[in-house]
Write a protein that binds this ligand. Structure first.
Ligand code: SF4
Length: 213
């Protein structure tokens, strides 16, 4: 398994925000978002090729049964992710899978102790044409669909996607880190979008833009 880093931190995004969590960051991604904050896990040689047992040993070290599998794009290693997740799930782990909206997650992620956190890439990312909108419809109530919002164009785009596709999952608007987002809150209230949450990246509020947190 190509692993960029394994670390213990506070979940900074989405419905699980604030909870202590072990993070497994897998290496490589087939997208290139303009505002990507983990390029060290996208290209270059920033990975170790680890056996499953080595990954499990490192995860167990933290004594926390909450895991977030992130990247990069974890589903470039879908078989390994599925196998590892099955083992940890049988041992009582709750697992969040962070993935972009262009690859179908393995079926096991439909089970109740898994949460799929899927991104819909908006125009500011430059990757919006790579999205598979059918995947958004397949998300469950327990899952979340996250829009990273950089500007008003992204906001209007997200609104259009939500109008067009029937999304059962929780919807998160996540402002790009470092930008003000009072305007976003005011627009959400003005448009009365009562079904969604605005959640900034809390780990960056705590530690700033650092690796391994
Ligand atoms: S999908 Fe994620 S890891 Fe890949 S380029 Fe975009 S932000 Fe970076």
């Amino acid at each position: 398994m190509k692993v960029n880093e394994i670390f213990y931190s506070i979940q900074g995004e989405g419905l699980q925000v604030g909870l202590p969590t072990v993070f497994l960051r897998l290496f490589a991604c087939d997208l290139r978002c303009s505002w990507c904050d983990t390029m060290y896990a996208v290209e270059g040689r920033g990975f170790k090729d680890l056996e499953e047992k080595e990954v499990l040993d490192e995860i167990y070290k933290y004594n926390c049964k909450r895991l977030c599998i992130t990247g990069g794009e974890p589903l470039l290693q879908a078989n390994e992710v599925e196998k590892l997740s099955k083992k940890l799930s049988q041992d009582g782990f709750f697992i969040v899978l962070e993935t972009s909206g262009h690859k179908k997650p393995p079926d096991i992620f439909g089970e109740s102790n898994f949460l799929i956190s899927m991104d819909c890439k908006c125009p500011s990312s430059g990757m919006e044409k790579r999205m598979n909108f059918d995947l958004f419809k397949q998300l469950d109530e327990k899952d979340q669909l996250k829009f990273v919002i950089a500007d008003k164009n992204d906001y209007e785009y997200a609104k259009k996607v939500l109008k067009e596709y029937c999304v059962k999952a929780a919807v998160i608007f996540q402002p790009v880190y470092g930008e003000t987002f009072q305007w976003l809150a005011e627009l959400v209230l003005k448009d009365n979008l009562t079904h969604l949450r605005i959640i900034p990246q809390v780990h960056k509020v705590i530690w700033g833009e650092k690796r391994g947190v």
